[in-house]
Write a protein that binds this ligand. Structure first.
Ligand code: HAM
Length: 420
């Protein structure tokens, strides 16, 4: 085999694509119910957009971006996530001027040059939403409940909602100092990435996955002890509303998220038992990003889920999604004249929204019936010389095995009655 898909990318073959379509359908229905409208932004943007929003010292920006120069020497990057591009589009198109609250959702491929492993790819798909305008903690709850509802409708269980507040620049300045203090005599024992993070942004150390480093991280100061009054109050309200709705959560004081734009409440939803890459969805509030990217002072909150990871859980839990593979009618023909007649017939039946399939180079009836079986056809129309001269088709009911002779003129009605 000469050509292969690039490491970290994969083909979504028809059987899997059908499941994806179902997930997308469920997501779209929920978004619609909550008043979210779809936005589609380009797959690449100027590199600076991601540097400014995701943050210069994050792993995503320093190691994982697919960055290239275009023919005019401009630095462009394949989007590693959706939020930055959407906020750019909201500002550029003045979307926030039309309504007091902007609710957007998106589906699409994202690109990160990570080490591929189960649940982690270089091209992966996200479904996400952004709620721009409100700063009330009730809007954090809308995003969290929407995400949970999506998982609930899909039938996902064993999920844990992890919650933290990452504060605002004011609380973070004090917190960073305390982290520097705490890690001062430990950092030489930690990984080189952490040593780098120590001087650039010590909060990033908390994101380190190295076993040896986790020992130190788990005893480090917690941001909850450094939150300013505003952040503290916001976080308390989010927790209060979750209690009010009887939604369980677990506090994770060391969750810092891999992107710098977050402020205040952040969350992750994990499926226990998926291995290292067990976060199905994540998000949180980002009150400064719109302003930082040149827009007005608008708070926002959002989330994104990883489609591949959700699919993995669906497979693992053996959740059967509607397959949609059934065919209403398979048309089997014998001879050139019958094939010609079938073209007209198939066209008419498809106009009635029936799913109709056939073979373009039909061989024996037996082979065509085998195909009909593979496509899970409910009925097979058999058209041979005899049928042509009598202007009738033999209709075989594939579940009972029974056969009937139906005039061409009555086929449409017969099939519509019996296929529903
Ligand atoms: P994130 O945590 O970087 O957040 O990604 C969200 C989800 O995308 C993850 O929880 C995971 O399911 C999936 N994901 C991330 N990287 C990979 C990968 N390499 N392979 C497979 N799946 C992956 C964001 O991207 C934010 N933009 C979410 C957000 C929206 N926050 C506010 N609004």
């Amino acid at each position: 085999m000469k050509y292969k898909s690039i490491r970290g990318t994969r083909d979504i073959l028809p059987e899997e694509a059908r499941k994806w379509q179902y997930l997308e359908k469920v997501a779209r229905e929920i978004f619609q119910k909550y008043g979210y409208e779809e936005i589609r932004t380009p797959i690449f943007e100027v590199t600076e957009l991601f540097q400014r929003s995701i943050g210069d010292d994050t792993d995503i920006v320093t190691k994982e971006m697919y960055t290239f120069l275009d023919k005019k020497g401009r630095s462009l990057t394949l989007r590693p996530e959706g939020t930055a591009g959407i906020i750019r589009a909201v500002i550029e198109n003045n979307l926030y001027r039309q309504k007091r609250i902007t609710r957007l959702y998106y589906l699409g491929a994202m690109y990160r040059y990570e080490r591929p492993q189960k649940g982690r790819q270089r091209e992966f798909y996200q479904i996400g939403a952004e709620l721009i305008g409100p700063d009330n903690p009730a809007s954090d709850i809308e995003i969290i409940t929407l995400t949970l509802e999506l998982f609930h409708v899909l039938g996902l269980k064993n999920l844990t909602l992890y919650l933290n507040s990452v504060g605002c620049p004011r609380c973070r300045a004090r917190y960073r100092e305390s982290l520097k203090d705490y890690f001062k005599d430990k950092i030489k024992m930690m990984c080189t990435d952490c040593q780098h993070r120590y001087s650039l942004n010590p909060m990033r150390i908390l994101d380190c996955k190295e076993e040896g480093d986790r020992v130190y991280i788990e005893k480090s100061p917690k941001i909850s002890d450094y939150l300013c009054q505003d952040c503290q109050e916001q976080f308390e309200k989010v927790k209060e509303y979750l209690h009010f709705l009887k939604i369980d959560y677990t506090l994770d004081p060391y969750m810092v998220r891999g992107l710098d734009y977050y402020t205040k409440a952040a969350f992750e939803i994990k499926y226990e038992g998926l291995g290292a890459q067990d976060t199905l969805a994540a998000g949180g509030r980002y009150d400064r990003l719109v302003h930082d990217l040149g827009g007005p002072d608008l708070p926002a909150v959002g989330f994104a889920l990883g489609v591949e990871r959700v699919m993995e859980v669906i497979d693992k839990e053996k959740i059967s999604l509607p397959s949609g593979v059934q065919t209403d009618v398979y048309v089997a023909t014998l001879g050139e004249e019958a094939l010609k007649e079938s073209i007209k017939l198939i066209r008419e039946l498809r106009h009635e929204n029936l799913k109709v399939l056939n073979d373009f180079n039909p061989t024996s009836l037996k082979a065509q019936l085998r195909q009909a079986d593979k496509w899970k056809a409910k009925f097979v129309l058999i058209i041979g010389e005899e049928e042509l001269s009598g202007k009738r088709a033999t209709v075989k009911n594939m579940s009972t095995g029974g056969q009937e002779s139906v005039p061409f003129s009555e086929l449409k009605g017969y099939l519509l009655r019996n296929c529903s």
